[in-house]
Design a protein around this ligand. Structure first.
Ligand SMILES: [Zn+2]
Length: 402
């Protein structure tokens, strides 16, 4: 009974300190703070604190407690965030719970001026470069872009983040009306409360939409799909997906998922055949090499394979250009994300009739099929022993919520 009362009393109350001199916002709570810094522009005049809701929602979902903002939020965000938390709680009931939301005031009216502009998330990778370049070729500059610092690049690593900005400068100048950057340390808090499921990532979409919602005058907040829709079902659960993204709204606009009808191999082929200078691309997961591409990590090798699948000419964007037999050695097949990409690559090789030339095509095909069958019958496939034991204990004794 005491536990019930104690839980009832718990609430994630968030206050907002705005420092216009330093273009910094601190969203603070007794569970921890999230900083938002605009390094290259002044803070906009905030009409709502919708961005705080999106930033803290994964914490409230994880802890299973109500979220209260000490300031104004919009009715759109109130309804949308509640809905999104309900969806994630249904998908992952062991990790998340639906969240009740409240605020000092709820703004019921839409913005005075109907928003007409768009904001696209841009990381410099294949997906965001493809979607924004394609949109630019079709519609011209119809969007601003937002790059969030504190996700792929560590919060305090200005040097590497600036190198990314330099590497993508020419592309951004051509494709977007305006480039924006928000720096946040939200990931540290998500990590503290274990907000992501084992082997997958959910919180990135909340961090992105939170930072974007600081800018309250866009009608579309656009994100490129990481996977084609059928692949999204294959790798589920994954934070940025067409189903829950479309439910994410703030006062002025909605999150739109672009190009969920093409795979990454198809995007790579499009970029390869375009006139774009591919030196802009930053795809590597080896932090030491970023924003350059090491040419050896699993993601660099996958991307090389995608280029090679349609043309043996791999663009000169890798520090190590080699692509030869055993190229897939660094890619664990126990990961369903890797299997999704390898199935995509094998399919691209077959479509372009490159089976004979493509290094290790036949052996890879056999390995991927065997791994897929193994994963289908063995729920513990690829898991570390300690995670297997933890899962078995959970099955026997039930979950252990925070
Ligand atoms: Zn790499």
């Amino acid at each position: 009974m005491c536990d019930v009362i104690q839980k009832f009393k718990k609430m994630l109350k968030i206050q907002c300190q705005i420092n216009t001199a330093e273009n910094q916002i601190i969203a603070s709570s007794e569970y921890g703070n999230i900083h938002y810094i605009l390094p290259f522009e002044s803070l906009p005049q905030l009409e709502t604190y919708d961005f705080i809701v999106w930033g803290f929602l994964p914490i409230a979902m994880r802890l299973g407690i109500p979220l209260h903002v000490d300031g104004p939020i919009s009715i759109q965000t109130l309804h949308s965030a509640r809905e999104v938390s309900t969806v994630w709680a249904a998908w992952l009931p062991d990790l998340y719970q639906p969240v009740m939301l409240s605020a000092a005031s709820i703004i019921q009216t839409p913005p005075a001026n109907q928003p007409t502009q768009n904001l696209s998330f841009f990381s410099g990778g294949i997906d965001s470069t493809y979607s924004t370049y394609k949109a630019f070729l079709e519609n011209g500059q119809d969007s601003d872009c937002l790059t969030v610092h504190g996700m792929d690049y560590k919060f305090d690593d200005h040097e590497k983040f600036q190198a990314l900005m330099d590497q993508t400068h020419s592309f951004r100048s051509q494709v977007f009306k305006q480039s924006r950057v928000v720096k946040t340390d939200a990931y540290a808090l998500y990590s503290k409360y274990g907000c992501n499921p084992k082997g997958s990532h959910v919180t990135h979409i909340f961090s992105l939409f939170s930072c974007a919602s600081i800018f309250e005058h866009y009608q579309q907040y656009r994100i490129s799909a990481d996977y084609r829709l059928d692949q999204q079902l294959f790798v589920h659960p994954y934070g940025s997906n067409t189903a829950s993204n479309r439910l994410m709204k703030n006062r002025s606009g909605v999150l739109i998922t672009l190009d969920d009808d093409v795979t990454r191999s198809q995007k790579t082929a499009f970029l390869s055949q375009s006139n774009l200078d591919l030196q802009t691309l930053s795809i590597c997961v080896d932090y030491r090499a970023r924003p350059k591409n090491c040419g050896q990590c699993s993601k660099c090798m996958r991307t090389k394979a995608m280029f090679y699948a349609t043309s043996p000419e791999i663009p000169d964007i890798f520090l190590d250009q080699r692509f030869e037999k055993k190229w897939d050695q660094s890619i664990p097949l126990s990961s369903k994300i890797n299997r999704a990409f390898l199935i995509d690559i094998l399919s691209a090789v077959e479509k372009s009739s490159q089976q004979q030339q493509f290094p290790d095509y036949a052996t890879l095909k056999v390995k991927v099929e065997a791994a897929s069958k193994r994963a289908a019958i063995n729920p513990f496939y690829g898991m570390k022993i300690k995670d297997v034991l933890r899962t078995i204990i959970k099955i026997i004794f039930g979950s252990n919520p925070r």
